[in-house]
Design a protein around this ligand. Structure first.
Ligand code: HSE
Length: 371
């Protein structure tokens, strides 16, 4: 199987390369490494032999691939996917970008949940398989059991999203902001007589200074937060907030009878784990322990964290979950707000299950079908 990789040196692409190497996916394929800017030059893709880079803008070179996996971003997909299809190419297009997600020809891939729909789509000749929004995919893996049992009436999702979701430059900027804040307060911090209100004032002055590094976020994130992610839909909702309901119901094939999913998406100073506080209503009364059982058994990655302080602090945090495929969910409690309304809190690495992992698993599905 000839597999073309585009955008493999970017952040999501690099995580994908790490995962493909770890799972020995390269043993099963003939990879070709594409570049939009360095075609013809040689490169050494992560622990592999030196290769000459193909041209990611050349439709003839792309057409030779059975499968193309793109982590190059939405602009590339917009520019290349249409012309490539119009040229007659009928290979599989696997993409991390959101561009094609909601098109009728595309399937959003999250195979622990919609693996059988992916098989049906392959059988019916579908060729475009697109990774879901990271927050949506992570929420669905955490809540898989309750979706499976058809128990969910609605969900409110309040997110705490990491810098990585905005891009590699944003991760760097978060650290620069942290360093800049520390530099401003360092003298007062290290004085034994240092006063906390002086420290606080120094920090605030630094965060409000014109030269505080905010080029990428447009506002301070370190020591603060940003309650808007992605573009403005014009109705008071951000695009990130819109995606949760739209994509979940597409994955569940419930567009005609959608589960309502609403909330506010917030950027916080975590590096690469998205967290979400969920409030959800079930269609009937289920005990907390039964909700935990249902969630715990749904797939290999979700795990329930007991709703008590010590376990929550040690297990349910970005620090604990980052660079793992685990999707813990905890803080499960029946709330006094209304009948059958519950809370939960979940954390997941947005570069793994939120981005790279569904793509490499889709490739595996194609490989397994060939055998
Ligand atoms: N849109 C997400 C975010 C990341 O900004 O965190 C990718 O789905």
């Amino acid at each position: 199987m000839q597999v073309g990789l585009v955008g493999w040196r970017g952040m999501v692409g690099s995580v994908l390369m790490q995962r493909m190497s770890a799972e020995k996916d390269f043993d099963e394929i003939t990879p070709s490494f594409f570049s939009t800017s360095q075609a013809g030059q040689s490169a050494v893709p992560m622990g592999r032999a030196e290769v000459v880079l193909y041209d990611a803008n050349n439709l003839n070179q792309l057409s030779e691939m059975d499968v193309i996996i793109s982590c190059q971003g939405g602009d590339y997909t917009k520019r290349v996917h249409g012309p490539l299809r119009e040229s007659g190419w009928s290979g599989y297009w696997i993409d991390a970008a959101s561009t094609l997600r909601m098109t009728s020809d595309a399937v959003i891939i999250l195979d622990p949940i919609n693996g059988s729909d992916i098989d049906v789509a392959l059988g019916s000749g579908k060729k475009d398989f697109i990774g879901g929004n990271c927050t949506t995919s992570l929420m669905m893996l955490a809540m898989h059991g309750l979706f499976q049992e058809g128990l969910i009436d609605w969900i409110s999702t309040m997110t705490y999203q990491a810098a990585s979701g905005a891009g590699a430059q944003n991760m760097r900027e978060l650290i620069q902001q942290m360093g800049s804040i520390y530099d401003a307060a360092e003298n007062e911090l290290t004085l034994s007589s240092g006063q906390i209100l002086n420290i606080d004032a120094l920090v605030l002055d630094r965060m409000r200074a014109h030269d505080f590094p905010t080029e990428h976020f447009g506002a301070p994130l370190a020591g603060s937060l940003i309650p808007w992610i992605d573009s403005d839909m014009g109705n008071g909702q951000s695009k990130e907030e819109w995606k949760a309901q739209a994509e979940t119901n597409k994955i569940l094939r419930r567009e005609e009878n959608p589960i309502a999913i609403e909330g506010i998406c917030v950027r916080v100073g975590a590096m690469r784990c998205h967290s979400q506080a969920l409030t959800f209503k079930l269609s009937k009364s289920v005990s907390e322990s039964e909700v935990e059982n249902i969630l715990n058994q749904a797939n290999d990655w979700v795990s329930v964290v007991p709703n008590e302080k010590a376990s929550t602090i040690s297990m349910l945090s970005p620090t604990n979950v980052t660079r793992t495929l685990n999707v813990p969910i905890g803080r499960i409690r029946k709330l006094s707000l209304a009948d059958n309304v519950y809370s939960a809190f979940t954390v997941g690495d947005q570069l793994l299950w939120g981005a790279a992992e569904p793509l490499r698993r889709m490739l595996r599905i194609l490989i397994d079908r060939e055998e």
